[in-house]
Design a protein around this ligand. Structure first.
Ligand SMILES: [Zn+2]
Length: 256
């Protein structure tokens, strides 16, 4: 009785093993790349109108805000806004306190610009901000030495078209790409797809989104929504992974 049954069963196991073996690629498969969206400065107009576009698509990301303006300056986010991000899969980092050029600060000013945001954000949210985006991307080696005292990672405002290697990136010199108002959605979408297929970590930076972009740091509404739709679609197709910066940093080893 058992012999008759064991026959087909063994064959099935063999067939399954063969299928599994055939399914294995000859070389190691490229890891699916990661795209991270970041937002700097945190205007209330951006937060109220455009952050929900990320949330509706379940697109995570990272907000970098300068602390002096939070809840005080006109058209800036509130501490409640910052606290609300976690529930949407977003994390946040510091963007200085008064948004000054760090390489031009005095010793005392530099400590102030780095330490105050960390303390203020921790006190207001209960989360220590491990990441900093330097205002204007302005930094030098002296600034980086001080950033290391307070933060685990530093994001630039440019560099290498926003591309970072997935198998090792200097966490204190993370490249980001600001989307210029003239860049067509198809071009950006192709970049996202390439990052996904080639196993790269691509980090974008949004500042302001307007109907009529006037500056290089403005993006158009059409561009913004087009890029989000593209990222959403490519993520659903398994071509790219979308992560906030904190999650991505856990996967990308620090390689100075
Ligand atoms: Zn800024």
């Amino acid at each position: 009785m058992t012999a008759a049954r064991r026959g087909p069963s063994t064959l099935r196991k063999l067939a399954l093993a063969l299928l599994l073996a055939l399914g294995q690629p000859a070389r190691a498969e490229t890891e699916v790349g990661i795209v991270t969206f970041t937002v700097d400065t945190a205007y209330a107009s951006f937060f109220d109108r455009f952050m929900p576009e990320f949330f509706q698509r379940a697109i995570p990301g990272t907000l970098f805000a300068q602390t002096e303006a939070i809840g005080t300056a006109p058209n800036r986010i509130t501490w409640d806004d910052l606290r609300s991000l976690k529930a949407q899969g977003w994390d946040f980092g510091a963007h200085g306190h008064a948004h000054v050029r760090l390489s031009q600060a005095s010793d005392i000013e530099l400590e102030h610009e780095l330490a105050v945001p960390a303390a203020r954000i921790f006190r207001a949210t209960g989360v220590y901000p491990h990441m900093l985006a330097s205002p204007y991307g302005d930094h030098d080696d002296w600034v980086l030495d001080h950033i290391r005292l307070y933060y685990d990672a530093h994001f630039r405002a440019w560099g290498n078209d926003g591309i970072n290697p997935l198998d090792g990136t200097d966490h204190y010199r993370i490249n980001r790409k600001q989307i210029a108002p003239t860049l067509p959605v198809e071009t950006i979408c192709a970049e996202i797809e390439r990052a996904g297929r080639e196993g790269l970590w691509l980090v974008y930076l949004w500042h302001e989104v307007t109907e009529t972009p006037e500056h290089p740091w403005h993006a158009s509404v059409e561009q913004f929504l087009g890029v989000l739709d593209c990222a959403d679609r490519l993520r659903d197709q398994g071509i790219v992974r979308l992560m906030n910066a904190g999650e991505a940093l856990k996967l990308v080893p620090h390689k100075p």
